[in-house]
Design a protein around this ligand. Structure first.
Ligand SMILES: CC(C)(COP(=O)(O)OP(=O)(O)OC[C@H]1O[C@@H](n2cnc3c(N)ncnc32)[C@H](O)[C@@H]1OP(=O)(O)O)[C@@H](O)C(=O)NCCC(=O)NCCS
Length: 183
């Protein structure tokens, strides 16, 4: 997978670098973020950020997950992370988070929109989606703004908290995205 940088009006979605670990740790070591994610351990330790960056390079080579730092244009740092996991039948499943200081500014919506376009145009996906906790209005809002529709309600066991939670699947099919893109 080439290390494509995805661009949107205010953001650059770039490959993670080893030097991002301190900032990832500073931003994600926040219960309000991790409690909405299933794949991120809690409590979060600094070394986990190094592992995450290393793993993301391996997964990109394997073509199992594509991960990008969400960065403000003109700023070398990052404000969050977005990734897409490849599932069978050309389906991509997203995960994302934004550091608390940057919430409610439209950044997650913008990052997801850019990555969805990349997924359909460059990666040839047929369908993309994500799962959000039923009470995660912010994430459901981000997906709704990008044209995702509500799918099934699913019960999931979360490895990080050892509990079982209800999640809402959200999906966007290629044909519907194309129709939206055509205006
Ligand atoms: C979910 C998250 C990424 C949203 O990031 P964000 O950049 O603040 O989102 P946006 O500004 O693009 O919000 C888009 C829409 O979502 C909804 N939304 C965002 N934050 C919200 C909140 N706190 N409460 C209710 N709705 C919210 C709104 O409809 C908003 O549009 P509006 O501002 O025009 O009304 C961020 O809250 C986060 O990192 N949360 C913790 C991790 C997480 O939940 N990840 C997703 C797992 S599925």
């Amino acid at each position: 997978m080439p290390a494509t940088v995805l661009e949107s009006p205010r953001l650059r979605l770039r490959v993670l670098e080893p030097g991002d670990a301190d900032q990832i740790f500073a931003l994600i070591n926040d219960f309000e973020i991790v409690s909405n994610l299933s794949a991120v351990p809690w409590p979060y330790e600094r070394a986990m950020a190094d592992d995450f960056i290393r793993d993301s390079a391996v997964r990109a080579q394997e073509m199992t997950v594509i991960c990008r730092a969400i960065a403000l244009r003109g700023d070398p740092g990052l404000i969050g992370i977005i990734d897409m996991r490849f599932r069978p039948d050309r389906t991509g499943v997203f995960g994302y988070w934004i550091g608390r200081d940057y919430w409610r500014l439209g950044y997650a919506s913008e990052a997801l929109g850019a990555f969805v376009a990349f997924a359909f145009e460059a990666l040839g996906m047929k369908r993309v989606g994500a799962e959000a906790l039923l009470e995660n209005a912010a994430s459901l809002g981000v997906m709704a703004k990008n044209g995702f529709s509500a799918g099934a309600l699913v019960s999931r066991r979360r490895p990080n908290f050892g509990d079982t939670v209800l999640m809402r699947e959200m999906w966007l099919d290629r044909v519907d995205w194309e129709r939206r893109a055509d205006g």
